[in-house]
Design a protein around this ligand. Sequence first.
Ligand code: SF4
Length: 481
Amino acid sequence: MTQLNTEVEVRDRRLKSILSFSGKASELQEFSRQLKAPDKARTFTQCGDCAQMCAATICYHVRGAAVVVHAPMGCFATTPSTQEAINNSAKSRKVKPFNTQLICSNISEKETIYGGLKKLREAIDEAQNRFHPTAIFIQSSCAAGIVGDDIESVADEKQEELGIPIVPVYCEGFKSKIWSSGFDAGYHGILKRIVKKPEKKQEDLVNIFNFLGTDTFTPILKKIGLRPNYLVPLADVDTISRMTEAACSTHICETLGTYITDVLEKEYGVPKVHAPAPYGIKWTDAWYRELAKITGKSDIVENVIKSEHERIQPELEKLREELKGIKVYIYAGDSYAHNMGSIMADLGVEIVGITTLHHDMRTDGETIDHSTLQEMINVAGDIDKFTVCNKQPYEIIKVLKDTNPDVIIARHMNMTILAGKLGIPSLLEGEINISAGYDGILIMGRRIRDIVKAKGLLSTLKEYNQFPYTQKWLEDERLYI
Ligand code: SF4
């Protein structure tokens, strides 16, 4: 087990992350270079989310583990059940599905005064008796954090008693404005209490930090004689504990994966692939080359890249022709929006605007010249209408009316509903793995080509929709207040 601090510093401080910006992509990159927050910041927030949700995407999906959410029932209810996603993903990866094993300690008013450790111990015992898990995660909450419950001591005590890892995850919502801090909190707990030093190295194994999703990395890696170790969702505790045996680590999105890949590199000597995730042709080329350099496959990689380019070229050209004149707007988590920008550049569609849900001014273990924002500008050019906004519909409605796209690529469901009400077809990029690699570009092109056909239907829906915003606000030049 590693000697990391009890908690990982939240992104607000570690990565100087911000939640509001409106301007050009190049201007945001300049702010990031200078580590300077933009002058204007949002003072009114219409809605928000919690780091617990991001922590849950890590902890809820560990095969055989249980999660005790040490929180009032309301916090527990905000994290959606992901059972269907587990079943679909397991089917696609040809592994057995499993049930999530969740318990809420149900902190009430009394515990917020006298402390909730008794209830936490009871919940851990209940999880042990009910599920016989191979590890138990404890997700903290605002109430547990404010009353000062010593979760770490209970975890130590129960770990000794039960003989399985008991993993505290400090994802209290009040601690960070950036809900992606919950990813780091989940990984930090795993690194501290589950990950072990390698007993032997597996020279062809590549850690892929991803969400639930299709197995697209087996064929991608097989081309240069490697195989994926999908982490963390669907992996069991034993597999997770041995991630240090891999030849190197990579991810499907910097926002998700750079904290853990950086710690694995620095603490355990597992090299990280220092290239953006494989989305779009140039990024995939660079990723393959980096991967090949680390794993000693440089002699074969150029041939693979050349033949892959030749393979996709005919369909890519056809798609570019079909997509000519289409205007796309991208709305996604920080780095993943940049991944999409990279693919759009290859498809030749016009990017009329991008919104990221937050922006990390710094990236764990990467220089500012190689941030995905800079890498996207390098392949797609500057983006004139670039905003950072944590899902505020009162702002996004103005961005969409202003940019007037033909299609929206949205990573999150709420945006697809707003887009539909405005009569704009949207492509829900919920399943990330299918857009990876050279085939991912073609798949994305086909999806955009097909979804624009929904415009007629949606324009009828638009006619019957009413928004709660006043004309005065919609015409106000300010994007946020
Ligand atoms: S942990 Fe805090 S921010 Fe998160 S759902 Fe509970 S009260 Fe809300």
